[in-house]
Design a protein around this ligand. Structure first.
Ligand SMILES: C[S@@+](CC[C@H](N)C(=O)[O-])C[C@H]1O[C@@H](n2cnc3c(N)ncnc32)[C@H](O)[C@@H]1O
Length: 224
């Protein structure tokens, strides 16, 4: 095996230490306690999912621009959404809103299989290449409008929507498996958006709960 140059090794250690600080200073104090979620947040190199000029801020607890007026979400929100849907090895998870691919990588790090849809072709292609480069083989990226979900791969044990709309697209609720959990920002992006958790019980009955105010970019319609 080729030796890792000292500089690269030092960089790796520095980034790893920054991730540990993010977990200890922000995620745990803000209520992230699920061990699979915390392990995933410690493992995924967020600095590899942001543009080069944003790398110095990769482990601050803040959203960052990724182009096309879109953002990589705040780490605590990524962790919170992950914890809510409880991904585990072998589960089938749909994400709507691939963006950089970071949330998909966090979900995949738990051993879940992930299908993720992005409406901007350029973002979808970049995320697909990035996830392959980083070795996330359990993630499949599609360029498309996630409003309709991914019927060929349904049902899903969990669905994570990372853009907000007035209501939850009916196709996504249909594509949730019995016992499944869906999380999505619902409401007006500028006024009163809230994170909503939908749970489908074993008999297919659906119940939803509003959890906390959030601010996400809007769920767009029509591929770009
Ligand atoms: C907050 S960003 C998501 C961040 C992303 N999950 C990440 O980890 O980088 C929301 C993403 O949803 C995408 N999006 C918006 N409407 C969509 C739709 N109807 N279908 C699929 N993706 C959509 C946006 O282009 C954007 O990349």
């Amino acid at each position: 095996m080729a030796a890792i140059p000292a500089q690269a090794q030092g960089d790796d250690d520095r980034w790893r230490a920054a991730r540990e600080r993010l977990v200890a200073d922000h995620l745990v104090p803000q209520g992230i306690s699920d061990s699979a979620t915390l392990a995933a947040m410690r493992a995924v190199p967020r600095h590899r999912f942001v543009p080069a000029d944003q790398q110095p801020y990769a482990y601050e607890n803040t959203p960052l621009p990724i182009g096309h007026d879109q953002t990589i979400s705040q780490p605590v929100v990524v962790a919170f959404m992950t914890q809510l849907v409880r991904p585990r090895a072998g589960m089938r998870v749909l994400e709507v809103g691939t963006g950089s691919g970071y949330q998909a990588a966090v979900l995949a790090e738990t051993g879940a299989r992930v299908w993720t849809i992005e409406i901007f072709r350029a973002l979808a292609e970049e995320a697909r290449a990035r996830l392959a480069r980083l070795g996330y083989r359990g993630v499949t990226v599609r360029h498309g409008d996630g409003y309709a979900g991914w019927p060929e791969e349904a049902p899903f044990d969990a669905i994570v929507v990372t853009a907000g709309a007035d209501s939850i697209p009916p196709a996504l609720i249909q594509q949730l498996a019995p016992g499944g959990r869906l999380v999505m920002p619902v409401g007006d992006p500028l006024l009163d958006q809230e994170l909503v958790l939908v749970e489908k019980d074993a008999s297919g009955r659906v119940a939803s709960r509003r959890l906390l105010p959030v601010r996400f970019v809007p769920l767009l319609r029509g591929v770009r």
